[in-house]
Design a protein around this ligand. Structure first.
Ligand SMILES: *Cc1c(COP(=O)(O)O)cnc(C)c1O
Length: 399
């Protein structure tokens, strides 16, 4: 079957809830993928940062295969001999006391919302049903009803009402608006340290510290959604570390599964996590032995290969070099580490550039029409990065 055949199958039998770039991937390794015709591409999306360790990293694949031959799923009705080791590793890696495993990023966000609401009643003393969570415009926290109820994006919310109440939305990177939104019922402030889906929006330096201070002042939980920014993507293990503003709860997902399977979690200290008691939250697949083995290997790779420092170094090269490209419609390149985006003029159709990049051998996807995110697997070498920048330069120069 050809690329055309595979796309037709998707169109015929799949719900039309995505508009993918017309390319089919049938093989992947490291930073490269191939289509059914054998054409090779650089992957500059990395499954929205779920493939930080590169496609099919041998150590992660080995962990998967080894564990698949022993025990894969027990449910939480019983203990298994892998979950505890995974949670210990995750706590040590993140610097938190406890972790609660789920599967997808959206579930991690839901878990954080539930933790905050319960903490609000049981620790802060807010009346149940009155809890408020402050979120920010242009956020992306996933596709569940809870997550879209925070969204300001008409596409992800249209006709899905009634929405979940209890969210108060303020403009991004506006600490005064955030402070004004605080009431005695505010239990949490939820933000992405860098907004990925919004187009890699980096806030002013000090924003997270300001949020931390606001939360301390009013006894509010600071929740960071690090599903996309976490696990070395921005040049630190977690993006909040750029400002030293430690959240009370972190939502994690994507690269925690090493590009192999969905693994997510929240991490927090006892004071928050102890609100969960038997029967109050859970997931059939959360903490399963296969996911646990994969996630341990995923963190090992990030640490052993020092992918945080590597992302920091290569990100600087990327931004410096791309800023030099003579492209009439480019406004700027922005980002941290290897989470970057090129912003084009208003009304510019970045989709056409993505098609041209594809033809030139590099896969990237536009967001918001006029922004293209560039986020290769963190295992990319400097030589490969420079080769990819050459492709981007050749294509962008024509626009
Ligand atoms: C991708 C993403 C999510 C949702 O993760 P899923 O695994 O797709 O449910 C949540 N928050 C952020 C910041 C994300 O980038």
């Amino acid at each position: 079957m050809t690329t055309k055949d595979f796309i037709e199958l998707d169109e015929k039998y799949g719900a039309h809830n995505y508009h993918p770039l017309p390319v089919v991937i049938s093989w992947a390794q490291g930073v490269k993928v191939k289509d059914p015709e054998g054409k090779e591409y650089f992957d500059f999306l990395s499954a929205y940062s779920a493939v930080n360790q590169g496609h099919r990293h041998p150590k992660i694949v080995k962990a998967l295969v080894d564990q698949a031959q022993v025990c894969t799923l027990t449910s939480r009705a019983f203990h298994n001999d892998r979950m505890g080791g995974f949670l210990k590793r995750l706590c040590e890696y993140t610097g938190y006391e406890m972790a609660l495993p789920m599967n997808t990023g959206a579930e991690a966000v839901e878990t954080a919302i539930k933790a905050a609401r319960r903490w609000g009643v049981e620790v802060k003393g807010v009346e149940n049903g009155k809890q408020e969570i402050i979120c920010v415009a242009e956020n992306f926290h996933g596709r569940t009803l809870g997550a879209i109820s925070m969204s300001s994006d008409p596409e992800s919310t249209v006709n899905y009402g009634p929405y979940v109440p209890g969210f108060v939305r303020v403009p991004y990177a506006d600490i005064d608006a955030m402070a004004k939104a605080v009431t005695k019922n505010t239990v949490a402030i939820l933000v992405e340290p860098i907004q990925g889906e919004a187009g890699v929006c980096v806030p002013y330096d000090g924003y997270l510290r300001d949020i931390r201070a606001l939360c301390d002042k009013h006894n509010i939980l600071f929740i960071a959604d690090e599903v996309q920014t976490g696990f070395c993507r921005t040049g630190k293990r977690f993006a909040w570390q750029h400002e030293g503003a430690r959240p009370d709860v972190m939502c994690l997902g994507k690269a925690l599964g090493g590009g192999i399977m969905p693994v997510s979690a929240i991490v927090a200290d006892h004071k928050v996590m102890d609100v969960f008691t038997p029967g109050t939250h859970g997931s059939t697949f959360g903490g399963n032995p296969l996911a646990s083995a994969v996630a341990i290997a995923a963190m090992d790779v990030l640490e052993d290969e020092k992918l945080d420092e590597h992302a920091e170094k290569l990100g600087k090269i990327f931004r410096d070099e791309v800023a030099k490209i003579p492209c009439k419609n480019m406004v700027k390149v922005r980002g941290k580490g290897l989470l970057n985006a090129v912003l084009f003029k208003d009304g510019f159709e970045a989709w056409n550039v993505c098609l041209a990049l594809r033809d030139a051998g590099l896969l990237a996807k536009q967001t918001h029409g006029n922004i293209i995110r560039f986020a290769p697997p963190l295992v990319i070498t400097e030589a490969e990065l420079r080769q990819a920048i050459g492709i981007i330069s050749k294509v962008l120069s024509a626009y």
